[in-house]
Design a protein around this ligand. Structure first.
Ligand SMILES: [Zn+2]
Ligand SMILES: [Zn+2]
Length: 289
C-alpha cells in the first residue's frame, strides 16, 4: 500500500525522521511513502495566507493573527530545504515520494501555479482548509453562530473549484468541514457527491481516502463520506490513500480498512504519482493486509 499523506512537521527535517515513518509504516504494510508537508510551514507561501486570511479584530481574526504571526510552525521552513531532503533520501533508494499539501484559496491559482512549477513534485495535494478567510478546522468554538448549511455549500464550491483548477493530482479529506461534527440541515448530499465525482473524473484528479479525521478529530469518521466513495467508484474516479499522519506511529493508520473497502466498492486500482503523472496500482496485486 501507498500512504501519500504524511506530515514531518513535528520532527526535524532529517533523514532520521523520515526513517521513523518508514519503520512504523512498514509494520502496517506500507511500501511507498509520500511526504506532503503543509504549505503554511514554508515562507514561500506566506504572502498567500496574508492576502486571504481574516485578520481583523473579530474573534476569528485575532485567533488567526496569532496563528499566522506567532504559530510555532507557520512559515518557518524553506521549501527548498524540504525538497532537497526528500529528493536526497529518494536518491538513496528509499521508497518515498515528494509531495506537498497546499491550501486552496480561490483566486490564487496563478500564484500557486508559478510557485509549484519550480519544484520537482511527484504530486500536489489540494486541500480546502479555508473558507472566505476562515480556517474552519482549527478551533470548534469558532463555529459558534455559523450558518452550517451555508458553510457546507461554500465548502462544496471551493472543493469543486480546487479540482477544476487542475493544480492538484489529488484532493484531500473531502468534507473535512465535518471536522467538529457539524451536520447541515438542508444540504443535498447526493447532488454534492455527484458534482465532486463528475469534476474529479472530468479533470482526472484523484479523490483522497483519508483516515485522519477518524483518529485525529472529534468527528471520528473517515473522509470522504461513504456516499462519495460510492458515487466516485460508480463513475470510475481515481482514488489515492492517505493516513494524514502527523506522528510516525500513525503512518499508514486506517489504510488497510480503505484497501478492503476499495475492493468491496469494486475498484480495480488506486493511484500513486511520479513527477505529476498518475500511476495505477492494481488492487488485486496487493492482497489483504
Ligand atoms: Zn489537510
Ligand atoms: Zn494533512
Amino acid at each position: 500500500m501507498v500512504d501519500l499523506h504524511l506530515h514531518l512537521e513535528n520532527y526535524e527535517y532529517t533523514p532520521q525522521s523520515i526513517a521513523q515513518f518508514l519503520l512504523h509504516g512498514s509494520e502496517r504494510g506500507i511500501s511507498e511513502f509520500g511526504f506532503s508537508e503543509h504549505s503554511h510551514h514554508f515562507k514561500q507561501f506566506k504572502d498567500m495566507y496574508f492576502r486571504n486570511a481574516i485578520l481583523d479584530e473579530s474573534e476569528i481574526g485575532e485567533f488567526q493573527q496569532r496563528w499566522l504571526n506567532q504559530g510555532e510552525k507557520s512559515f518557518i521552513y524553506d521549501l527548498d530545504d524540504y525538497v532537497e531532503l526528500i529528493e536526497t533520501e529518494k536518491s538513496k533508494g528509499h521508497p518515498i515520494k515528494l509531495g506537498i499539501e497546499v491550501c486552496y484559496f480561490p483566486g490564487e491559482e496563478e500564484f500557486l501555479k508559478n510557485l509549484l512549477a519550480k519544484y520537482p513534485f511527484d504530486y500536489i495535494i489540494g486541500s480546502v482548509h479555508w473558507l472566505d478567510g476562515w480556517a474552519f478546522d482549527m478551533k470548534a468554538e469558532l463555529w459558534q453562530g455559523k450558518d452550517v448549511d451555508a458553510v457546507f455549500s461554500q465548502y462544496l464550491d471551493h472543493f469543486v473549484q480546487s479540482i477544476e483548477s487542475r493544480l492538484f493530482q489529488t484532493v484531500a479529506h473531502p468534507f473535512s468541514c465535518q471536522v467538529f461534527g457539524a451536520e447541515p440541515k438542508n444540504f443535498d448530499w447526493d447532488q454534492a457527491f455527484l458534482k465532486i465525482a463528475l469534476a474529479a473524473k472530468a479533470n482526472q484528479v484523484a479523490i483522497e481516502m483519508n483516515s485522519g479525521l477518524a483518529y485525529r478529530y472529534p468527528f471520528k469518521r473517515i473522509t470522504p463520506p461513504i456516499g462519495l466513495l460510492l458515487k466516485g467508484s460508480q463513475l470510475a474516479c481515481d482514488f489515492s490513500l492517505g493516513s494524514d499522519a502527523h506522528k510516525a506511529e500513525d503512518c499508514g493508520r486506517g489504510l488497510a480498512y480503505f484497501h478492503r473497502l476499495s475492493q468491496d466498492l469494486g475498484l480495480n486500482y488506486l493511484v500513486n504519482f511520479c513527477r505529476l503523472e498518475r500511476i495505477e496500482i492494481p488492487l488485486k496485486d496487493e492482497g489483504l493486509i
